[in-house]
Structure formats: structure tokens, C-alpha cells
Design a protein around this ligand. Structure first.
Ligand code: V0V
Length: 145
């Protein structure tokens, strides 16, 4: 059976989070809590990415992901060395990461990784390099149904 025709807007739910590279995770969590009233949603180490990250939520549910490096050679370590603290990524939530990847490939927009990686809270993630996305590192994130 032929799969129904899909366009990318069928697959993208919206912005899941904006990711900030930070030098000190504890200080960053406190900063956003004390000054902007965010609440800590989750915190975990991602060995593969060599980071420790925390999701903090605003009252309306929108999220920041605070990303600290555990290794200078990690993506976050390199970002901090080159750019300092700041916005490292914008993450789009998708219903189907593989289908989104296939549609983007048809537009000659490749993913950084050949296959999805593990993201926070059981998600699957992949990235579009800033050179294909207007200078912004775009993450695509899919959560289990
Ligand atoms: C690099 N560039 C960036 C950038 N990273 N520009 C904007 N935002 C960024 N995040 C610029 C860099 O300054 C260079 O600019 C140019 O892109 C080429 O850089 P490159 O030599 O390819 O840079 P690298 O070696 O730093 O690698 C960049 C990529 C790397 C995107 C390939 O960061 C990567 O693999 N990222 C995916 C993994 C990741 O980000 N993990 C951490 C989050 P000029 O000098 O040419 O102008 S993990 C996560 O989000 C999790 C676990 C989650 O649950 O969400």
C-alpha cells in the first residue's frame, strides 16, 4: 500500500524548546527560577552527548533546555569555547522523526547524524546543521507515543 502523501507541516507540532549552552548547570537553573519563575522539569546526564542538561518550564509549558558540557570535545564544549554561553539550538517537536528526515532529504537538507540519537525524557533526536538552517542549529525531537 502506498503511504499517504505527507508534507513537513503534517509532521511538525511546534517548538519544543530552546537550548542554551551554560557553563554551570546549577547556577543556570537557579538563575531562571529566581529571575523568571521557571520550574525544574527534568535533569539528566547524556553520556553519548557528554552533557548534563535540565529542562525548565514556564507556567504556560514552554521550555528552555540548559546544556552544560562534561567534555571540552563535546558539541556543547566546543560551542562554549567558540561562542560562550548563549542559544545553541532551537528544537522542533515532530510526530515522526524518520518521516521528517526523509522529507527534508528531498529538499537536500541533511541531518547531522545518520540515525536518531537518544534525547532527554526518552525522546529521539537529530539535528540540522546551522549552515542549512539560517545559522541556527535545529534539533528535531520525537517523543514516544
Ligand atoms: C556550530 N556553529 C554554530 C553552532 N555550532 N552556529 C550556530 N549554532 C550552533 N550551535 C557554527 C560554527 O561556529 C561555524 O561557524 C560553523 O557553524 C561550522 O561549524 P563546525 O565546524 O561544523 O562546528 P562544530 O564542529 O562545532 O559542529 C557543529 C555541529 C555540532 C552542529 C555539527 O555542534 C553537532 O554535532 N551538534 C549536534 C549535537 C549537539 O548539539 N549536542 C548537544 C545537545 P563559522 O566559523 O563557519 O562561521 S544534545 C541535546 O540537545 C539533547 C540531548 C536533547 O535532549 O535535546
Amino acid at each position: 500500500m502506498t503511504a499517504p502523501f505527507q508534507v513537513i507541516s503534517d509532521l511538525i507540532i511546534g517548538i519544543d524548546h530552546v537550548g542554551l549552552a551554560v557553563e554551570n548547570l546549577d547556577q543556570a537553573i537557579s538563575y531562571w527560577d529566581e529571575n523568571f519563575g521557571t520550574k525544574l522539569h527534568s535533569r539528566e546526564i547524556n553520556e553519548e552527548q557528554q552533557i548534563e542538561e535540565a529542562l525548565v518550564k514556564f507556567p504556560n509549558g514552554s521550555q528552555l533546555q540548559l546544556l552544560a558540557s562534561l567534555d571540552p570535545q563535546s558539541a556543547i564544549g566546543k560551542f562554549l569555547a567558540k561562542h560562550g554561553e548563549g542559544v545553541q539550538q532551537v528544537a522542533l517537536k515532530v510526530t515522526d522523526l524518520v518521516a521528517a528526515t526523509e522529507l527534508l532529504a528531498k529538499k537536500e537538507i541533511p541531518m547531522v547524524y545518520p540515525a536518531p540519537k537518544r534525547g532527554s525524557n526518552g525522546s529521539r533526536i537529530n539535528f540540522i546543521h546551522p549552515k542549512y538552517a539560517g545559522g541556527v542549529l535545529l534539533e528535531l525531537v520525537e517523543f514516544p507515543a
